[in-house]
Every structure is written in structure tokens, then in C-alpha cells.
Design a protein around this ligand. Structure first.
Ligand code: NAD
Length: 420
């Protein structure tokens, strides 16, 4: 069967978010593209949509609302339109600036390394942002999960994820090995696969700039540059150097390097200044377990960030509850960190918290902070009442297991209840 031609029709109501000099100009009825995703995507997205709408309605008394604009991607788009990530879908996000998405299944074989990587590249969403905080009542493997409250800014376009690599024995790998040996006197075993790790000043600085700006705007105490510069000096080490440079050159009045705190302020950071410090990546894993409360915003390269954000998410209750944002200079796509969990698809069983909290991030990004806070508080109150989906209920004695849709209804009731 030939694929259908995709024609997207934006909603009749609502207005576009505009990109202005000083940031986004968000109308009271923004059109927000919505990718429902594959597998469990539709059910968690439905849950989140209802909860977000309720939070907006209640916070602004009907003065504001989101006009959702469903757009296709993933398996369903492939089946219908012969393209996992249609150009029209990308164009819609480009035009409407901020989007919410569910998880997408990446086929094991086929042209895409990962749909999400492709999406980030196409829209230059260079910062993967993950707030990691504990919701009281969520089972955790550590004794004090409440001590962890960080936001990880992971660079998302460079590093070993740039996709520059060649298979063992391929003409490209053989040629690279030859060049390395002949021209740079670097010996590499003939049976090696070869990968390249680009880390640029531009890419590093724009990521750290975003992390520092976030820290200042959100009253965070520190930004820690996480790197492996002791081993990879000109990539990871340079990331650290460039990070300190951004702070010094662009945020002189609002930041202070840790060295200066020790030297000039007896180890006590002056009020109102964001402290810039750095930690080597392997040590960072220990620090998050042993001294979680000494860290706040982390800025790091792609691979470090990938490992760290999953490890940190495990500390606060795991996959089902953690949200993320893919953010560029203005464009942003919010999503849960979990995948499409195909074996649970359509069962109304999985945890929609990650998707709902992605909605909280989105509301904050729109500047609708009160609605975001209301929604987060509603999730907290439902979790505190021990009505949990199977993944968490089975770990918590006395919990009542509820379905995805029932959890979402409870969140909406809590949002509505907060008004009275
Ligand atoms: P996954 O996150 O989909 O699922 C792994 C397991 O985690 C599930 O079997 C389930 O037990 C549990 N789980 C995940 N989400 C849950 C939730 N909301 N509530 C309760 N339990 C949950 O990871 P996977 O199996 O490695 O990947 C499946 C597909 O998802 C792959 O195609 C992968 O490429 C894709 N994926 C997409 C994204 C994304 O779109 N951002 C992220 C990760 C993986």
C-alpha cells in the first residue's frame, strides 16, 4: 500500500508563540504541537494532557488555555506516511516553538540511530535538561532521596554522539588508522573500530551559558561543570576551561568561581552569587550518592550527562517519574525520560508521572510557573496518598495500585481541590 501524503492542519483556534529579543512571547492561548508517541505514549500523553489542562484552567481561571496540535512521529507515522520523522512534523515544531511529546520507538534496524537524536539535531535542541528531585513517598534505593535536588544540563549535539564512527575493517577505519600512524605517530590496533569525539568551544559555551542563566533565574546556588578532563584534555578538559570562561566573561556580576570563594571569602559564597565549580565525572557519581545536597545545577558533556542523568534518576525512584526537556535557543520539546515500553502498551498500567512532570517543565518554560507549581503539588499529594501505578505500588507496603487513567484522574482532582 503506498504511503498516504501527510498534510498537517493547524488548529483553527489559538495563537503562535513568538520568539522575541528578550525571550518567548507566549499568548494566552498558545498552540502546542503534541506527539503522542508509540507504545505506552498515547496513554501517558492523554493523562498528562488532562492534568496540564486542569492546572492551567484552575490557575488562571479560564483566562489561559493550551490549544493542542497533534502531529505524527514514530512507528505510526512510518506506517501511515512512510516516514518516522516527517518534515511536516519538524516544520510544525519549528513554527510553534514549544512541543510536548511521548516516547517514540526507535526501530532496531533502519536508517535512524535514534529518533530522539534526529529530532534534537534537526531542531538544534542542544541542551538536554533533566530536573531530578524526589517526590515524597516514591520508593527509592537510597536512605535520603530528599537530599538530591539537581538540574542536569547535558550537551546534546556533540561528543561521541555526533555519529562519526567506523566499523572495524571498513575502508574508513583502515584509512584513519593509517593516517594516525603515518602522520601523527599514534598506533592503533588494526582490528579497531574508530569513533571521533568532537567537543567545540561554541557547543560547550552555549550549553554552560544556558545552565548558568537557569541557575541565576531560578535562585540556584551553584553550577558544577562535570568533565573527564584529567584524561581527555582537549575535549573534556577544554569543556571545563570554556565553562569557567563563560562565567567570567558573561556573568561576572552574578557568579563566582569556587577558587575565589575559598581564597577571598573563607569558603562562604557571598549572597546572591552562583558558585561555579567543577568535578571529574567519575567522582560526580560518588558525590551524588554521598553529598547530594552540595550540588545544584550540573553542566556536562553528552556521554557523561547520559550516564549521570539515569543514575541520578534511579536515586529518586527511577524511570517512570523523571521528566526531561530538549531545549535550543528558543525551541523546546518536553518528554518523560522513559521509552515506549511496548509490552505495556494499551494496558492502562504504566506510570504517567514522567510525562506529567514533563508538562510541569513545559509550563515553567512558558512562564506559567504558578500552573506548573500547582500541577507538581497535585502529583505530590496523589503520591502521598499512596495511590500508585504498579511500578511503585509493588515496592511500597500499604500502597493501593491504580491504573494510569485513575492516577491521572486523581491528579486532576487534586489540582481542582487546590482551588477550594
Ligand atoms: P523503556 O523505558 O521503554 O522500558 C523499559 C522498562 O521500564 C519497561 O519494560 C517497564 O518495565 C519500565 N517502564 C518504562 N516506562 C515506564 C512507565 N512510565 N511506568 C512504569 N514502568 C515503566 O526502555 P526500552 O525497553 O529500552 O525501550 C523501548 C523503546 O523506547 C525503544 O524503541 C527505545 O528506542 C525507545 N526509547 C525512547 C525514548 C524516547 O522517546 N525519549 C527514550 C528511551 C527509549
Amino acid at each position: 500500500m503506498p504511503a498516504e501524503r501527510l498534510v498537517l492542519r493547524p488548529p483553527d483556534a489559538g495563537h503562535k508563540i513568538l520568539i522575541a529579543e528578550g525571550g518567548l512571547r507566549v499568548p494566552d492561548d498558545p498552540i502546542i504541537p503534541l506527539i503522542e508517541g508509540d507504545g505506552i505514549g498515547p496513554e501517558v500523553v492523554r493523562a498528562a494532557q488532562g492534568a496540564i489542562d486542569a492546572a492551567v484552567e484552575n490557575t488562571f481561571g479560564g483566562r489561559r488555555r493550551i490549544v493542542w496540535y497533534p502531529i505524527p512521529a514514530g512507528e505510526k507515522a512510518m506506517f501511515r506516511y512512510g516516514d518516522m520523522l516527517p518534515e511536516a512534523t519538524l516544520a510544525a515544531i519549528r513554527e510553534y516553538v514549544v512541543a510536548l511529546k511521548g516516547p517514540l520507538t526507535t526501530p532496531v534496524s533502519g536508517g535512524f540511530r535514534s529518533l530522539n537524536v534526529a529530532l534534537r539535531k534537526a531542531l538544534d535542541l542542544y541542551a538536554n535538561v533533566r530536573p531530578i528531585y524526589w517526590i515524597p513517598g516514591v520508593p527509592s534505593p537510597v536512605s535520603h532521596p530528599e537530599r538530591l535536588d539537581i538540574v542536569i544540563f547535558r550537551e546534546a549535539t556533540e561528543d561521541v554522539y555526533a555519529g562519526i564512527e567506523w566499523e572495524k575493517g571498513s575502508p574508513e577505519a583502515r584509512r584513519m588508522i593509517e593516517v594516525l600512524e603515518k602522520e601523527f605517530h599514534a598506533r592503533v590496533r588494526a582490528d579497531s573500530g574508530i569513533g571521533v569525539k568532537p567537543v567545540s568551544e561554541t557547543g560547550s559555551k552555549r550549553l554552560v551559558r544556558k545552565a548558568i542563566r537557569y541557575a541565576i533565574e531560578n535562585g540556584r546556588k551553584s553550577v558544577t561543570l562535570v568533565h573527564k578532563g584529567n584524561i581527555m584534555k582537549y575535549t573534556e578538559g577544554a569543556f571545563r576551561t570554556w565553562g569557567y570562561e563563560v562565567a567570567r566573561d558573561e556573568f561576572r556580576d552574578s557568579t563566582i568561581a569556587w577558587d575565589a570563594v575559598v581564597k577571598d571569602h573563607a569558603g562562604q559564597a557571598p549572597d546572591g552569587k552562583v558558585v561555579i565549580k567543577d568535578v571529574i565525572a567519575d567522582n560526580m557519581f560518588q558525590q551524588l550518592l554521598l553529598r547530594p545536597d552540595e550540588y545544584d545545577v550540573l553542566a556536562t558533556t553528552n556521554l557523561n550527562g547520559d550516564y549521570l542523568s539515569d543514575a541520578a534518576a534511579a536515586q529518586i525512584g527511577g524511570l517512570g517519574v523523571a521528566p526531561g526537556g530538549n531545549i535550543g535557543d528558543a525551541h523546546a520539546v518536553f518528554e518523560p525520560i522513559h521509552g515506549s515500553a511496548p509490552k505495556y502498551a494499551g494496558m492502562d498500567r504504566v506510570n504517567p508521572t514522567g510525562e506529567i512532570l514533563a508538562g510541569v517543565m513545559m509550563l515553567e518554560y512558558l512562564g506559567w510557573r504558578d500552573a506548573g507549581a500547582r500541577l507538581r503539588d497535585a502529583v505530590k499529594s496523589v503520591v502521598a496518598s499512596k495511590r500508585l501505578t504498579y511500578d511503585l505500588a509493588r515496592q511500597l507496603p500499604g500502597a493501593k495500585e491504580v491504573r494510569t487513567s485513575a492516577f491521572a484522574r486523581a491528579v486532576i482532582e487534586a489540582v481542582n481541590g487546590a482551588r477550594r
